[in-house]
Design a protein around this ligand. Sequence first.
Ligand SMILES: NC(=O)c1ccc[n+]([C@@H]2O[C@H](COP(=O)([O-])OP(=O)(O)OC[C@H]3O[C@@H](n4cnc5c(N)ncnc54)[C@H](O)[C@@H]3O)[C@@H](O)[C@H]2O)c1
Length: 260
Amino acid sequence: MTNEAGSRDESILITGAGSGMGRLAARQLADAGHRVAALDVNEAGLLETAEQHQNIRTFHVDVTDYDAVVAAVTETESSLGPIRRVYNAAAIMPLGRVVDQEVELFHRTMAVNYNGVVNVTKATLPGLLERNRGELINFASLAGWIPLIYMAAYGASKFAVVAFTEVLAHEHQDSNVNILCVCPPPVKTPLLDQARATVWPKIFDQGAPLEPQDVLDAIDAGLERNDLFVFPGRGSRLAWRMRRWLPGATWKRIHAIEGV
Ligand SMILES: NC(=O)c1ccc[n+]([C@@H]2O[C@H](COP(=O)([O-])OP(=O)(O)OC[C@H]3O[C@@H](n4cnc5c(N)ncnc54)[C@H](O)[C@@H]3O)[C@@H](O)[C@H]2O)c1
């Protein structure tokens, strides 16, 4: 984890900080002396994140609630200092075939995974642009580039994050604000339990899931290189290329793996 995440008078805001990669980033940055605003709907998860870690202030916030996000951003900037870095990591991942999933689930997935990113971006970007420095890190997924069976809702929400972040980065290409979109394959976090609780795509067994630390390290390396898109893990970039150049062959392989 880089220590170049701004001065100690600034703050770092992390959504989805009650679990997984958001939690790991919050703890590591706090341990490095940064003031961290940790946002999540999971209060117990937030408490666990902050336990024995100085410098973490928790905010029980649903990222789909724009007013609540704005209030948390305002409170963060007044109590912890101007926001220097944002990690948009909150997400849900209930899987299933389109015919088997309730319509509310599609709406909720888009609301959390995409609208949540929009809400936090809209609430934090003006400050970053005004100060003309900082980093905005949006978590998409390899599933935001490669459509997969059972992942229509989740994949669509991540495709939306990819498109949103790409446009945003180009709109501000002359600013010093570094905008990055990370697109990992499966990662060993509790998010995968949501797939276990619904449908487990066989494609997830094609390789061992990444460690959360691998993703955070890839983000840091991407920030140093000023990358817009980061594909952590061996083979991810190749899979991304395959889908772009050979979509038919990619679908053939997906059907063969899933057996449907
Ligand atoms: N784990 C993977 O396999 C994987 C792969 C690719 C991309 N990602 C992405 O990485 C990011 C981090 O995921 P993770 O694996 O650490 O997942 P995780 O499930 O461990 O953590 C996600 C956190 O988001 C929180 N959250 C859910 N809905 C929320 C809401 N409405 N408001 C606020 N917080 C909310 C959850 O409570 C949870 O604490 C996500 O955007 C995810 O889509 C994960």
